[in-house]
Design a protein. Sequence first.
Length: 220
Amino acid sequence: MDRAAVFDVDGTLVDTNHLHVVTWWEAFRQAGRTVPMHSIHRAIGLGSEDLVARLLGEGRKKEQDAELSAAHKALYGQYFDRLPALQDAGRLLRRLDHEGWKVVLATSASGPELSALRRAIAADDAIVATASADDVEQGKPAPEPVEQALELAGVPADRAVLVGDTVWDMRAGSRAGVRCVGVLCGGIPRADLEEAGASAVYDDPAHLLACLAESPFGER
């Protein structure tokens, strides 16, 4: 039977979380809002609308949301030509593909941003499909991005493993009924990932690759 390896991208395969923190901070600053960077970091992984709502609250001027998102996109876009893949990210995806897993991305990125991330990973030959922000109505922690990834792969939830770096990834995967693996390279503590649903946690893609046989990928 087919098996699916569903991967988040930002902070999981590409080392971008802190770039997002800084560019969101600057977008807020330009709009006259002061938001602590540690709070922004905890919200990374949410879609833009949900991130702004979490950080500014329901009492904000919602008409400003689109301007904030556009400012963040413009600031973050300056890094598109040099986004750094995490060590062995591409090798991990190719190894899983070689071992018969259908590798699918589930990300809140889309358009030019997603293209830049895929260029950084440089493993398109191992990726069978991508569920992006354009494909779903609700982003993580709703299960829809993971469910969409499984539908694209044609694989049931009980034959899938999700890898992500945030509590939003773990909650989305758990709600979709897949087994979740956390990585620490996005900066979220192990205990938080485990509490949100991670059944195993590794340092980064290189660590997961080195331990693949003993990981949830080796148990199926």
